[in-house]
Design a protein around this ligand. Structure first.
Ligand code: CMP
Length: 481
């Protein structure tokens, strides 16, 4: 079993303290003997005297014990502050506390051990000491004071995303120490930027508790309507994960470009640190939304199409598969080949991304859908939490309730994977009903069964009251059959 790191550190600290105290105690006990021995060895040599050497060693021991004491005080003080007030002091503040406390202790010890010495004079008269200190600590002190000004200014905090310097290092701030700012880049690398460098460079800060915006670019063909493009894109972006619902995304034309109309999307993120994933997801959602809405991205190609519009052009030349799919749907089994083919011509194909909403409960609806490829989940909201009512596979249909009764959609239907659905509208179904009145009956049974499924665990008493006979007459009334 391995001990936690904090326990190891504590054991090491206690061992070092005990050793330092023991050494100091022994030295103090034998200080007189050491001094006599030194006097004996050095004879009459005037400087430094044996007494001064003993005092310096004593000062050294006091220094070590003082340092350990300050470290203990530091952990106790900041640990307590964190426990009581949940304040996690920055590393720099902890370091400054250690330095100040240690200097005070050291000065007290020095004055006690060398009562006759003027410490200030010792420093100021030593020109060499000043030069060495100045040269050696130039960078360190620069970083230290830049660190202090960063802490005082607080232009950013741990957890914020920042971009620093000409090399544009971007990442999440992990630590601000007395020497450097530590950031973790989105490639999971650690970059250390010396405080003094950071102080000279422009820093772009995206605070964690701020709604930071991003721009994503795309383009469309000149033939695509801007109003439709803007509407479709805005709705797709709004539904994307990590996009804040506090500010509506802005979609606008950026340029009338060489290849098409250039747009930009401005959106606000909940968690800015995930902007790469969110940008990518937005592009994906735009692609799917464009596919469904019949919008097209522009790219620099010159392709000449000479095309005769076919009767099933909107089915991407895959009309046969659609006819096959519809004839395999059980409620359409009684239809003749011509009727199925008529239904296939009227069907419009849509593609949905995994997780996207196909139908939203409460919306009005005048069409039904057949799952062509993929799977969908039917969900209702129960006490504010989603409850799955059914999972529908290829060949299943949904959305018939609103279509056949004119009532709002009874449930949410979500794509479980990339799903292709065939949408059949009111007019096409009416034509089918006119020639196949029996179909209404078989549909009313299925709808009554589904309503039972919806009502079984909810308090939706209205749903319970709909028997298959009631539904049948509602459909007939609605379609004027
Ligand atoms: P509609 O009310 O138009 O929109 C939501 C659709 O979910 C609904 O039509 C049905 O097609 C489908 N649905 C509702 N309840 C069930 C159920 N219990 N089993 C399968 N599908 C259902």
């Amino acid at each position: 079993m391995t001990r936690p790191r904090s326990t190891n550190k504590l054991i090491l600290f206690l061992a070092a303290s005990a050793a330092a105290l023991l050494a100091a105690y022994l030295f103090w006990s034998f200080a007189a003997d050491v001094k006599a021995l030194l006097e004996h060895r050095m004879g009459a040599s005037p400087s430094p005297s044996a007494d001064t050497i003993v005092r310096i060693v004593k000062l050294f021991f006091v220094g070590i014990i003082g340092y350990l004491f300050v470290r203990a005080l530091n952990s106790l003080f900041f640990g307590l502050a964190f426990k009581l007030k949940r304040i996690d002091a920055p590393t720099l503040i902890r370091n400054i506390f250690t330095i100040v406390a240690f200097t005070i202790l050291f000065l007290i010890a020095f004055t006690l051990l060398f009562p006759g010495q003027n410490l200030g004079a010792l420093f100021t008269t030593s020109a060499i000491f000043g030069v060495i200190l100045g040269l050696a600590l130039q960078d360190t002190l620069g970083n230290f004071f830049a660190g202090i000004s960063l802490q005082a200014d607080r232009p950013f905090q741990v957890g914020d995303v920042i971009t620093v310097g000409a090399q544009r290092h971007t990442g999440v701030v992990e630590e601000i120490s007395w020497r450097a700012i530590k950031i973790r880049t989105f490639q999971n690398h650690v970059v250390l930027i010396a405080n003094s460098n950071a102080a000279k460079e422009p820093i772009e800060v995206c605070p964690r508790d701020n709604l930071n915006a991003r721009l994503v670019f795309f383009n469309t063909l000149y033939t695509d309507s801007p109003a439709k493009t803007i509407h479709v894109t805005r709705e797709a972006v709004r539904e994307t994960d990590n996009v804040s619902d506090k500010i509506t995304p802005i979609v606008r034309i950026k340029n009338l470009g060489d290849n098409g109309v250039d747009y930009e999307v401005k959106y606000w993120l909940i968690d800015y640190a995930k902007y790469n994933d969110t940008d990518a997801l937005i592009r994906q959602r735009i692609w799917y939304a464009f596919r469904r809405a019949g919008l097209n991205f522009a790219f620099p190609t010159r392709t000449l199409y000479v095309e005769r519009p076919s009767r099933m052009a909107h089915l991407d030349g895959d009309g046969g598969a659609v006819v096959e799919r519809l004839s395999a749907v059980d409620i359409f089994a009684p239809l003749s080949a011509d009727e199925t083919s008529m239904l296939a011509q009227a069907a419009v194909r849509h593609v949905f991304a995994p997780g996207e909403t196909v139908i939203r409960a409460g919306d009005p609806g005048s069409s039904m859908f057949v799952v062509h490829k993929g799977r969908v989940r039917v969900q209702v909201s129960e006490n504010g939490r989603p409850r799955t009512v059914a999972t529908l596979n290829e060949g299943d249909f949904f959305g018939e309730m609103a279509l056949f009764t004119g009532e709002p959609r009874t449930a949410n239907v979500l794509a479980l994977e990339e799903t292709e659905v065939l949408e059949i509208g009111h007019a096409a179904m009416k034509r089918v009903f006119d020639t196949n009145p029996d179909l209404v009956e078989s549909l009313s049974f299925i709808m009554a069964e589904r309503r039972q499924g919806l009502a079984s665990q909810t308090d939706d008493s209205a749903a319970n009251t709909h028997s298959s006979a009631g539904i049948l007459s509602a459909i007939k009334r609605f379609f004027g059959i």
